[in-house]
Design a protein around this ligand. Structure first.
Ligand SMILES: [Zn+2]
Length: 419
């Protein structure tokens, strides 16, 4: 068994619980060899590589920032031509490394790489062009970039498919299946010869990214259906686009089924409450992930989190109306804030109350009050100091990368106005 598979086996079997699996780091300089024909290069995103009699088949080509390192890691493992690269989906960390692989093929005078992906990927790239600025601001917050930035150069898939298709490269079959889940354009693959499943982002060693507050719709139910379909194949090997590979059918099936069960539970609880006519507020504060799933080392809410998934389930089946009539055609936030400040005896009163609530640990209410104080008196330096402190305190207690990125950005916004 390869070193990587041994490490993940110890974690899933409960022998070594200290393994850090929440990987968002720099690309690995060498490939992890899983077997004679399979290697994986850890990066943001990973590149999974299969060796066939007709050249290499890759799953994902990583981000443009990490791809040059990934190319050299793969080249350390194999000098074969790259025959095909499958985009597991169109997120930028999976596709924008394409140019580095195209350049490598040109330098080596290899034939052109065929890029394959789901038919919804070109529409995603069009949407990225329409929303480049918005996505730049999101990624500045989410990924702590110094300035807003989002790529605009995409290599389109040369071949697309709609529901499923089978590739035969050098006698090795790759069964590609479309699934809605993290995105509307996801592909997972079954490779019967190796009893391997390439999962893309449908399993990421962290709670599924089915909620992301700043991005388009995710699909919790369809995601669970895809995980169940993969589990039914009893794969011996799980090859993810983020984090480490997993070996052994029992382990692979258990992580796929537990992740499916987590999504199904949130889906069922949310729909049950929606069907009683509950407001979004009640749904968010009632639905909880069952404890036996929440404690699993690969379902920690370190990237996305269950509360955000509940919101996305609401958005999918309901609308943007949250059930609070004051919110359907609301006043401006600043007008409500000024009114509340006047009632309280000034914006500073709201801010100091926020400060003491934060000290007492009620950070949810503290954030509301400090934001009102700021909106009522946006140039008040004392209020900015308190606002920065409240959001910094909130950032420290939150677990998910998405929530902490937003609170960090809010704290920085007030810090910058203090100087
Ligand atoms: Zn990804």
């Amino acid at each position: 068994m390869s070193d990587m598979l041994e490490r993940t086996a110890r974690l899933i079997d409960g022998i070594d619980t200290d393994l850090d699996v929440s990987f968002l780091g720099a690309p690995a300089k060498s490939a992890d060899v899983i077997s004679d024909e399979i290697a994986i290069v850890q990066a943001f995103s990973n590149v999974v590589s299969f060796s066939t009699d007709d050249g290499l088949v890759l799953f994902d080509v990583s981000h443009q920032m990490s791809a040059p390192t990934v190319v050299s890691a793969i080249r350390h493992w194999s000098s074969d031509e790259i025959h095909t690269a499958v985009y597991t989906h169109g997120h930028i960390d999976h596709v924008t490394g394409a140019r580095a692989f195209i350049d490598d093929a040109a330098e080596r005078r290899h034939r052109d790489i065929t890029f394959i992906g789901h038919e919804a990927i070109p529409a995603r790239f069009e949407r990225y062009d329409l929303t480049n600025g918005y996505n730049g601001h999101i990624n500045k917050r989410q990924f702590r970039l110094p300035e807003p930035f989002f790529p605009s150069d995409f290599v389109q898939p040369h071949v697309t498919y709609s529901d499923h298709t089978t590739l035969d490269v050098g006698g090795t079959q790759f069964e590609l299946h479309h699934a809605k889940g993290e995105t509307d354009d996801h592909t997972w693959a079954w490779v019967p010869e190796h009893k391997a499943v390439c999962v893309g982002d449908l399993f990421i060693w962290q709670f599924p990214n089915a909620g992301n507050p700043q991005k388009v719709q995710r699909f919790a139910w369809e995601w669970a259906v895809a995980l169940r379909a993969m589990a039914a194949l009893r794969p011996e090997l799980l090859l993810p686009a983020h984090g480490l590979a997993i070996g052994g059918a029992d382990r692979v099936v258990s992580v796929l089924e537990n992740t499916a069960a987590a999504l199904e539970s949130l889906h069922e609880q949310t729909l049950t409450l929606m069907n009683t006519g509950a407001r979004l507020d009640e749904v968010i504060h009632t639905v909880r992930l069952p404890a036996h799933l929440a404690e699993l080392p690969y379902l920690k809410p370190t990237y996305d989190e269950p509360e955000f998934v509940v919101r996305n389930i609401w958005r999918l089946y309901g609308g943007w109306y949250d059930g609070n009539p004051a919110h359907v055609k609301p006043a401006r936030d600043a007008d409500v804030a000024r009114e509340m400040a006047a009632l309280a005896g000034g914006a500073s009163v709201l801010a100091s109350r926020a400060e003491s609530l934060a000290t007492d640990g009620d950070l949810r209410v503290a954030c509301h009050l400090v934001e009102m104080a700021y909106l009522a008196d946006p140039d008040n330096a004392t209020i900015h100091g308190i606002r920065a402190a409240v959001y910094e305190a909130r950032r420290k207690v939150e677990t998910s990368f998405m929530a902490t990125g937003i609170y960090r950005a809010a704290a920085l916004d007030s810090r910058e106005r203090l100087v």
